[in-house]
Design a protein around this ligand. Sequence first.
Ligand code: SF4
Ligand code: SF4
Length: 446
Amino acid sequence: MNMKTFNIGGVHPNDSKLNADAPMQELPIPKQVCVMVSQHLGAPSQPIVKKGDKVKVGTVLTSNDAFLSAVVHSPVSGTVNKIADVIDASLYPKPAIFIDVEGDEWEESIDRSPEIKREINLDGPAIIQKIKEMGIVGMGGACFPTHVKLMPPKDAKAEYLLLNGVECEPYLTCDYRLMLDHAEEIMIGAQILMKALNVSQAIVGIEANKPKAIAHMSEMAKKFPGISVQALKMKYPQGAEKQLIKALTGRAVPSGKLPINVGCVVDNVATCYAVYQAVQKNMPLVQRIVTVTGPSVPQPTNFLARLGTPVSAFLEAIGGVPEDTGKVISGGPMMGKALANTEVSSVKGMSGILVLPEKQAHRNTVYPCIRCGKCVEACPMGLEPYLIASTSLAKAFDLTEKARVMDCIECGCCHFTCPSNRPLLDAIKLGKSTVGKIIRARNAKN
Ligand code: SF4
Ligand code: SF4
């Protein structure tokens, strides 16, 4: 098999794709959901419902006039109980809409029939408008509003649509499951995006540890002109945007530039499926597949669940939190966030819930840096992580900026590879957020 990959750095964590071939299960709808008002990268949204309002599945709950924004729809039918701040996965208080569930009534405009709708009737601008109205965002975790990616600046032209089916984070299998169960809908979603972008080529990148998905998607792609599937070598972070572009097209996205500057638009396969549902079925983003897994979880499972479902409901469905649990993480072990409590609710970008045992959850003793250079070798962005971390901790942020902290993609390869167990990523994130503020203030002044 001809396999490609990116050319700088990367690491090889154990992939731990536990029980990936088990069928997907539908999680029962909880008695109450807690829907985060903003579930996207960009300007925060505002609620447009109030306590006591009746909603159906698909009723619009928020509004937002900003360019970089996305609306949220009700994932259940019932009555709005309250709007209040809750602690989300990032540990900050954010507004949420609590809805008491009554039945399961959907907006009449949504087509819930099982038939696959193959003919694409909308033109490019109407597709973009529909994707915006349905609240579609990047479901790989970034939550970038999808309609914005379809409107390149005037000086840029898309040539390739790249579909991310890599799922390089250990443990996560939700995209794998989706590629096995809904390959045709993903392909139609790709055709829709190709029409909106006016491109003739799409490449689906899938890592070599998913041979069934590669075979199934390749077979399906034969029916879709312009779409091909490329097997990729297993190497983390193969699914990061810039690394995927390099592997699939050989193009390098320069520092400070976007994929569109090298003619590429990247979308996750789950986003592509959501685009199919939005455009062909008029279905807003109200549910997603979430992997619930971990070494001590008796039966790791992929659940189709309504957004706003508390993490505790997922854990109940797998028989409760295993006794040896040390940490519950939203996402994978490399880029996920440890949860402060299990009442945090699922959102559009939540791909997995990882339950780690105590022995894997604690931090090892930190030793001084031995200047071994392993973090530099591992960095897929060609950075010097030890330098960024040390300048950040010393609050020498001018040096942190010079060391190109803003190019860091927070993949954690440096942290993973350090023999001294230095908490490099924590220091780098601190530096990145401070330098980001300094740059924004400087730009505002100029
Ligand atoms: S977290 Fe940042 S500095 Fe560390 S390896 Fe990844 S890109 Fe490089
Ligand atoms: S890998 Fe760790 S010990 Fe080695 S140079 Fe980097 S920070 Fe220092």
